[in-house]
Design a binder for this molecule. Structure first.
Ligand SMILES: *Cc1c(COP(=O)(O)O)cnc(C)c1O
Length: 468
């Protein structure tokens, strides 16, 4: 990491400083004066403590920086530098004779590498503060509309209905489409359990089908086989950023008069034949949980091109209350609303979604390059016909001993994750299985590698040692 992400001017506001800290991996910055001389250091902890106590967002770096900090000359021997390292201080600014920062020294203790870190370094804080100060902190306010409009536009669809999370987005979609008792809904065997739970909460019967070997996504052939006169809907899941074959699925749906609800929780921005996921089905659902492509903390959205469906969902998410007559309830609704605070964060995230996706893709390419000699690692396909996947979490199949590899990760404080268990293997879902085969194999071999700003070549080289 270069010095430029590590130096701020003493006249920068602490919010600007925090943003820079949020982009770098050190949790701190060095502060310089107008003559570029080192005058202090500041950590994210210093800023948070100050804000909690003083609530002064306009404070400048020079007001709160540590003036009593540890530093070293660029030409000091390494033993000297090591002596200055303590439990708290593992990063030293290195200065020349004019006290200008010319380099830094980092002592690498093994530090925790989480699976994902939200990227909040844009306008998130600004919009959040604006929403907060407006006192519209509940589920009315300008950010809700703006986020709904902008996100549906991003998905190349007309309407967005923001909700409290991705799971209730799926439930709301099912209810709005009239899916309930006696109806069958086809879901893939390999997915996060929220997909099938939403079907069960709607009172419908899930039908679990196998996934494609190459894409890991629901198999159109298996869907076709599983259709019965009671089938009402299909929920294709764009798993780990890979789009499903939406052409075949939509053809089937039209032929058999079925509803389609895309589960796009892991694939914001992915495309099939040049069209964004979320623009194919009747209602399509996104999640903005903290580890997803963009986040609102907790949150979700239903996307549709059908104004009537959007209107029904708006009523259902707000207790089934009439939009014209307050406290007059037209149907038995839910409280599935998103708050203006969440939407404020979401809008700022959306401004940078292309950049966030680009960074993730770069990281995947770095992994691919660094691990190219490991024959046991198979990266997720990124050139399947008609499909443009995005990088959500780096997802690979491992042909070696996965348990051993997972242990290595744990021992090095790196958080990797095994893939989802197939739904068909869990006793609570066993009555709903139609087909499951590829899903079991993929699940057994699958691993998500840490996907965040901390990961660098050095860290991947460490992974390389375990997989060789
Ligand atoms: C995360 C996720 C959901 C649920 O989203 P929440 O916001 O956590 O409720 C649904 N489906 C899939 C495939 C997911 O990955």
């Amino acid at each position: 990491m270069g010095l430029e992400n590590l130096i701020v001017n003493e006249d920068n506001t602490i919010i600007d400083v925090w943003k820079i800290i949020n982009q770098n991996v050190f949790n701190m910055v060095f502060v310089t004066d107008s003559k570029k001389k080192l005058v202090g250091t500041l950590s994210d902890g210093d800023i948070r403590r100050y804000l909690l106590e003083k609530e002064n967002l306009n404070a400048l770096a020079k007001n709160i920086m540590n003036k009593d900090y540890v530093w070293a000359y660029i030409d000091e021997p390494k033993e000297n530098l090591l002596k200055k390292i303590t439990e708290e201080i593992n990063l030293l600014p290195l200065v020349n004779k004019n006290f200008e920062i010319v380099d830094y020294f980092q002592y690498k203790m093994s530090f925790h590498v989480p699976i994902a870190i939200p990227n909040l370094g844009g306008n998130e804080y600004k919009y959040l503060m604006d929403a907060f100060l407006s006192t519209w902190i509940s589920s009315k306010g300008n950010y809700i509309n703006a986020f709904e409009n902008e996100f549906s536009k991003y998905c190349q669809a007309r309407h967005g209905v923001a909700v409290s999370n991705g799971t209730v987005a799926l439930h709301l979609a099912l209810v709005a489409l009239g899916v309930g008792r006696g109806d069958e809904v086809i879901v893939p065997d390999l997915t996060f359990a929220a997909t099938i739970n939403a079907v069960l909460h709607a009172g419908a019967t899930p039908v679990i089908v196998d996934v494609e070997k190459e894409s890991w996504c629901i198999s159109p052939e298996e869907i076709e086989k599983a259709i019965t006169p009671r089938t009402k809907a299909i929920i294709p899941v764009h798993l780990y950023g890979q789009p499903c074959d939406m052409e075949k699925i939509m053809e089937l749906a039209v032929k058999k008069s079925l509803r389609v609800i895309e589960d796009c929780a892991e694939a914001h921005g992915a495309e099939f034949k040049g069209k964004k996921v979320g623009s194919f089905g009747d209602i399509n659902c996104f999640s903005f949980f903290a580890n997803k492509v963009i986040t609102t903390g907790e949150g979700g959205m239903c996307i549709t091109n059908d104004k009537k469906l959007a209107d029904i969902m708006r009523i259902l998410r707000d207790h089934g209350m009439s939009t014209e007559k307050k406290y007059w309830h037209e149907c038995v609704g839910f409280n599935y609303r998103m708050t203006n605070l969440q939407a404020a964060i979401g809008l700022a995230q959306l401004e940078r979604i292309d950049k966030i996706l680009e960074e993730k893709e770069k990281l995947e390419n770095l992994y691919k390059k660094a691990l190219k000699n490991s024959k046991d690692i198979i990266f997720q396909h990124n050139n399947l016909k008609d499909r443009k996947k995005i990088t959500w979490m780096i997802s690979v199949l491992y042909k070696g001993d996965r348990e051993k590899l997972m242990h290595n990760f744990i021992n090095h404080k790196m958080e990797a994750r095994p893939f989802f268990y197939p739904l068909s293997e869990m006793p609570i879902y066993k009555d709903y299985v139609f087909s499951a085969k590829n899903s079991k194999e993929i699940s057994k071999m699958g691993i998500n590698f840490p996907t965040n700003k901390i990961v660098n070549l050095e860290l991947i080289d460490k992974i390389n040692e375990y997989v060789m």
